[in-house]
Design a binder for this molecule. Structure first.
Ligand code: AP5
Length: 210
């Protein structure tokens, strides 16, 4: 099954994708993770993307689309699109790309979470700089401060998780990404899951849709 997992920043897309990968062997295609990897490797895409990401703005569509196409061509089935598409132009381009490759999206799953909780989740989030494991200072702390439980790597705060940038990401989401709900409803692919619960309960509902 091919799905789009979508929702505001901090709604748990990465957390739920990790569970889908582990449990159902799906492949996660996260544009945010791909950009962060490119930044770490100091590639030209990474350098171009960083200036937009640091401010909480969307990276220009041309850069995003090239990267997604490259990624989907390799293994075009049983994937989760996480963080893409993020505006109507990207959704239209995705439709064209999938047509070209000869595959489709089976379901779009929207994670709905209250705004005040999104802010708490993002500002308190910490991530492993080595393996990408996700923590939270209150709800999911590392056993040893700033040391990853999984790989021993340094656990840090993402540059775009400061309160100021989080608020700007939420505004960008409302303006550009939220209208995709209507788009996918009109295609009859839209499903909504209440993401205001603990990750296990959210995952149980997602599994029922698979
Ligand atoms: P991206 O990395 O995609 O960030 P995002 O969409 O803002 O989403 P996040 O990764 O911040 O949150 P998430 O929903 O994955 O939540 P998580 O599971 O980590 O994008 C970053 C930037 O890259 C963008 O701002 C943009 O600049 C650029 N970009 C990316 N894609 C692009 C595109 N297509 N076009 C243009 N630009 C693009 O959880 C968050 C926290 O909450 C964690 O601490 C976690 O432990 C906790 N948590 C998770 N689930 C729960 C739960 N159920 N209950 C309590 N806590 C929970």
């Amino acid at each position: 099954m091919n799905i789009i997992l979508f929702g505001p920043p901090g709604s748990g897309k990465g957390t739920q994708s990790t569970l889908l990968v582990k449990t159902l062997g799906m492949r996660q295609v996260s544009t945010g993770d791909l950009f962060r990897e490119a930044i770490k490797n100091k590639t030209s895409v990474g350098l171009r993307a960083k200036q937009y990401m640091d401010l909480g703005n969307l990276v220009p569509d041309s850069i995003v689309l090239e990267m997604v196409e490259e990624n989907l061509k390799g293994a075009p089935s049983n994937f989760i699109l996480d963080g893409f598409p993020r505006n109507l132009e990207q959704a239209n381009s995705l439709d064209l790309l999938l047509k070209k490759i000869g595959i489709g999206i089976d379901k779009v799953i929207f994670l709905e979470v209250d705004k005040k909780d999104l802010i708490k989740r993002l500002v308190g989030r910490r991530v492993c700089s080595q393996c990408g494991s996700v923590y939270h200072v209150v709800t999911k702390p590392c056993s040893i401060d700033k040391v990853c439980d999984s790989c021993g790597g340094a656990v840090i705060q993402r540059a775009d998780d400061s309160e100021e940038v989080v608020l700007s990401r939420l505004d960008v989401y409302e303006q550009y990404t939220s209208p995709l709900r209507g788009y996918y409803k009109s295609l009859g692919k839209y499903n909504e899951v209440n993401g205001n619960r603990n990750p296990t309960d959210v995952f149980e509902d997602i599994k029922k849709l698979m």
